[in-house]
Design a protein around this ligand. Structure first.
Ligand SMILES: Nc1ncnc2c1ncn2[C@@H]1O[C@H](COP(=O)(O)OP(=O)(O)OP(=O)(O)O)[C@@H](O)[C@H]1O
Ligand SMILES: [Mg+2]
Length: 445
């Protein structure tokens, strides 16, 4: 029996009450825990990535049939074993279902020890998958605390582990503040390249005329200083990882040279007679769909496909709201510890507010907010519990105003840029500026 998993359950789905009864008895007698369902719709809401058991389902059922149920379950978690029960005439169909990912099938009529045998095997399989996931998560967590237990985050961690060791180039896609840089560092630290450096380049901050020397290096002697060229980021990343942030802003001429580095694994510094081999992994990051840049003609299609082989999408917080309370609590504790304060409790109304907020700045915004809350509270230990409803929404409002204010300062009142950075539509931005009485003109000069 598995070390981690408790309560392995069998979900038995069949519209025929008599058959349910008989099979439940069989499984009961074998000491297995069973719950029964008369249709697919009933069972689906009970399935998630942590479900420790297996599903046994009849194929022929009114409404969603067993094959569709298998697909729906695997859309939630492909690691849940689904055993299909088939009529005599449906064996060919069941064999096809095996190819599609069913664990096994039982052709009616089947002996009770056959049922018990298949189910035990499926449960053991499920236990192994869950153990493996927990180990992977535990190992990943040692290195870098990517917070979040939602299915999306569990998958992300698992994928990071697999990719890190596989040494493919990776494209990371995620809105601002979702953790792209954090993930790039995890990929590096968990890879065989961890002894060498991760060299980070923010492509948006590279002026075009300097970009080539900065990236690919230069063997030319600087006429004014007399110094010999520069190594360039690509050569500095030799044996390590080159992290190209905001790669969609890279100039086309630079993209052409980068493509060569990626395809040939060699770099030709400015003024160098011959290319030099480099051994590196490229991890690139974008905030939006890179294909948009390809369509707009600002990003090379061949480079896109070269980078797109493996794509990691980091979901924004609003797509994994269940992670919000835990993430917030983590940063509250972290902030409190750094400032020598007591830990804080958050009550249900606060939790509700946090979960309902859209967090356009994602984890960064949530983190900043947690810090601002701790900073803002009186240090009186008697007041160590979070303020209730009203004052929290007031804080949320003030925080929102601060974010908009800061972004407008950075963009010098440029509305389009502010919308892009905050990830909100024009109307929302104007509504919010009006509500907070912020005039964008005052940021322009
Ligand atoms: N899942 C997470 N768990 C814990 N901390 C996180 C998580 N995601 C992001 N963070 C933290 O949030 C902050 C922002 O993350 P990061 O800089 O990696 O985001 P980003 O996607 O690179 O943002 P940008 O596109 O604006 O550069 C960092 O302090 C990071 O440590
Ligand atoms: Mg970043």
């Amino acid at each position: 029996m598995s070390f981690f998993t408790n309560e392995q359950t069998i979900f038995f789905v069949d519209d025929d009450a008599a058959l349910r009864e008989a099979n439940v008895q069989t499984l009961d007698l074998a000491g297995l825990a069973v719950e029964t369902f008369s249709d697919a719709q009933q069972v689906l809401p009970r399935i998630d990535a942590d479900f420790p058991g297996v599903v046994v389902t009849d194929i022929r059922m009114p409404g969603m049939d067993g094959l569709e149920l298998r697909a729906a379950i695997h859309a939630i978690d492909p690691g849940i074993p689904v055993v299909l029960i088939t009529g005599h005439a449906d064996v060919a169909m069941a064999v096809r279902a095996l190819h599609d990912g069913a664990f096994d099938f039982l052709a009616k009529p089947f002996a009770s020890d056959h049922l018990v045998g298949v189910v035990r095997r499926a449960l053991a399989h499920r236990a192994l998958i869950l153990d493996n996931r927990r180990l992977v998560t535990a190992v990943a967590a040692i290195d870098s605390p990517l917070i979040g237990e939602s299915t999306a985050m569990l998958r992300l961690r698992e994928t990071i582990m697999q990719l890190a060791q596989a040494d493919f180039d990776v494209l990371i896609e995620g809105e601002t503040g979702t953790g792209k840089e954090l993930v790039a560092h995890m990929l590096h630290r968990q890879s065989r390249r961890s002894a060498a450096s991760l060299v980070a380049v923010n492509c948006a901050a590279l002026p075009q005329d300097l970009a080539e020397a900065e990236l690919f290096g230069s063997d030319l002697v600087d006429r004014t200083t007399g110094k010999l060229g520069q190594a360039g980021r690509v050569r500095s990343a030799h044996r390590g990882t080159l992290f190209l942030d905001e790669i969609d802003t890279m100039h086309l001429a630079v993209q052409a040279k980068l493509l060569r580095v990626i395809e040939e694994r060699e770099v030709q510094p400015l003024g160098a007679g011959a290319p030099e081999p480099v051994d590196l992994r490229v991890v690139a990051a974008v905030k939006t769909d890179l294909m948009d840049a390809v369509r707009a003609g600002t990003f090379r299609e061949d480079l896109y496909y070269r980078l797109h082989v493996v794509k990691l999408r980091i979901p924004p917080l609003r797509e994994r709201r269940s992670d919000i309370p835990q993430t917030f609590a983590y940063f509250l504790d972290e902030a409190a510890a750094k400032m020598g304060r007591q830990g804080f409790q958050i009550d249900d109304s606060v939790r509700r507010h946090l979960v309902e907020h859209d967090w356009p700045g994602n984890v960064r915004e949530l983190k900043n907010f947690a810090y601002s809350v701790v900073l803002d509270l009186p240090s009186d230990p008697g007041l160590s519990s979070m303020p209730a409803d009203a004052s929290l929404s007031e804080r949320l409002r003030r925080f929102e105003a601060t974010i908009i204010h800061d972004t407008l300062t950075q963009t010098q009142g440029n509305i389009a840029e502010t919308m892009a950075r905050l990830g909100i539509p024009r109307k929302t931005l104007y509504d919010k500026m009006q509500r907070h009485r912020i005039d964008p003109k005052q940021f322009r000069n």
